[in-house]
Design a protein around this ligand. Structure first.
Ligand code: FUL
Length: 494
């Protein structure tokens, strides 16, 4: 049986028969440890998504509504879903997650579960549907749509009782069946406290570990939207990064075993040890990549008083480096104003951020380098370091099973100035590398210019100063198994 290179590359998993036909040396590395699911892989490749916080709070100037708001205050007369989605797209966002219901319980869609919703607002005479318009605009402009539906509901009279769980699941079922494909369902960890609760105006606490019966709720999501990833402090697909300032740990593993704050049991939404979430667990038993949620403004909702505090493109770039650059995804909140549009400051920052990002990564200075690897798996060109530059996440440079700390010298052909370095592992084979270092050839010898730990889906190193060198060396310094790297990039950020 003759197998063409194309056929070989077409499948990320090689059948045993084909491996045999190509000879033993063509066998791909065995997967290592726990692996990402297809939906997780798809999600990790999105890298930057938008969060949209919008509800009665936008009109009351609050961050957390009490649940006693008059629905008529929700009147975004100039609401323009297309303009919002297009601005997010111009900011490089691949998906958009809308707060369909925040803690105040006000539903942005005409739910059958409560009157505390858009039907009783003045907007479009109560006939409008914000969820419908945003999901439609997203589909039209090529962004994926995601759902935030707060478990905590400060309006609902039944909150804290079993009956509310049925209502909550019905709300989810509406959101997950009425609006087309959903790529992510976001379960917030803020649960219980003071509220209106149908007029009771009291404090209600719930047992975070038992009240919501999360396994059954997650099963409902799986049934209705099998391709959607489920986010919460505890996963099951994506974990919170443990803070709201957009920063993953300098070491951040995609594998994680989240535990409760006191460490005594597995985590649930609202009870998780943030240090574990922030850095993950090396050799953890679950594939649970981190998501960094952060707002472009100080608050999650739009407040007139914060118009001058919108993050600059430079600050957004830093967030990108501290999230995506550490193997996590960035979930950047951009809240509409009372008019129902993004404010000019936010639109401009977003657009300039993405333009800078594209400019930085448009020219891989190592793309034409002469490559001298210390080892190539089976001496087979299919596993050569050339694969680092083909833009295909399914191909990779791999080493023989016993070669755990290979090196790769890159002859750049001329003195080359750079200050940014990017590595990506072929994570479909697991998170393998534990540490690496980068050397530059300077004054007739190698000088170490950077080192880092976790790589995973992406590791970006921003050097403190521009380095000029004709030759670079990547050294893998820690890996329990042979490596599988899919991309290497060298860039100059002007
Ligand atoms: C938190 C909420 O309490 C905030 O209001 C916001 O929605 C943020 C993304 O999650 O837990």
């Amino acid at each position: 049986m003759k197998i063409t290179r194309r056929e070989f590359l077409a499948g990320s998993v090689l059948s045993l028969g084909s491996a045999y036909a190509l000879g033993k040396s063509a066998t791909p590395p065995a997967p290592f440890g726990t692996l990402p699911s297809t939906r997780q892989l798809r999600w990790q490749r999105m890298e930057t998504n938008a969060f949209v916080h919008f509800t009665v709070n936008t009109f009351t100037d609050k961050e957390w509504g009490d649940g006693d708001e008059d629905p008529t205050i929700f009147a975004p007369v100039g609401f323009d879903a297309d303009a919002i989605v297009l601005a997010l797209k111009a900011g490089g966002m691949k998906g958009v997650i809308l707060t369909c219901k925040h803690h105040d319980g006000f539903c942005l869609w005409p739910t059958k579960t409560t009157d505390h919703c858009i039907r009783l607002s003045r907007w479009k005479d109560g006939k409008g549907d914000i969820v419908g318009e945003i999901s439609k605009a997203a589909a039209q402009h090529g962004l994926k749509f995601g759902v935030y539906c707060s478990p905590w509901d400060r309006n609902n009279a039944d909150y804290g009782k079993p009956a509310y769980i049925d209502t909550y699941r019905q709300q989810l079922a509406e959101l997950l069946t009425w609006y087309g494909p959903v790529f992510e369902v976001w379960f917030d960890g803020a649960n219980g406290g003071k509220g209106y609760y149908g007029g009771a105006r009291e404090t209600r606490t719930i047992d975070k570990h038992s009240y919501y019966d999360w396994p059954d709720t997650w099963a409902l999501v799986r049934k209705l939207q099998p391709d959607a990833v489920i986010f919460s402090d505890a996963g099951p697909d994506v974990r919170w990064v443990g803070n709201e300032n957009g920063t993953a740990g300098e070491t951040c593993w995609a594998t994680c075993d989240p535990v409760s704050e006191d460490g005594s049991r597995p985590a649930v939404p609202g009870d998780a040890k943030v240090s574990v979430l922030n850095s993950g667990t090396r050799f953890g038993s679950r594939w649970l990549p981190a998501e960094c949620d952060v707002s472009i403004r100080p608050g999650w909702f739009w407040h007139e008083g914060e118009n001058s505090q919108v993050k600059t493109p430079e600050q957004l770039l830093e967030l990108y480096f501290d999230s995506v650059g550490r193997g996590a995804n960035l979930l950047l909140n951009v809240p509409p104003n009372r008019h129902g549009q993004l404010s000019p400051q936010d639109i401009s920052s977003l657009e300039r951020f993405y333009r800078q990002l594209q400019a930085i990564f448009s020219n891989n200075l190592a793309a034409e380098a002469k490559l001298k690897p210390s080892n190539v798996r089976g001496g087979n060109p299919l596993f050569s370091p050339r694969m680092l530059f083909d833009g295909n996440p399914d191909t990779y440079w791999a080493t023989d099973n016993e070669v755990l700390t290979p090196e790769l010298v890159l002859e750049l052909g001329r003195d080359c100035q750079f200050n940014l370095f990017r590595l990506r592992e072929a994570i479909q084979l697991g998170q393998r590398i534990g540490a690496f270092a980068l050397d530059a050839w300077q004054r007739e010898s190698w000088t170490q210019i950077a080192q880092a730990t976790s790589v995973g889906s992406c590791r970006l190193i921003r050097l403190p100063a521009t380095v000029e060198t004709p030759r670079l060396r990547l050294r893998i310094t820690d890996s329990p198994v042979c490596i599988a790297l899919t991309e290497l990039g060298v860039f100059l950020e002007e």
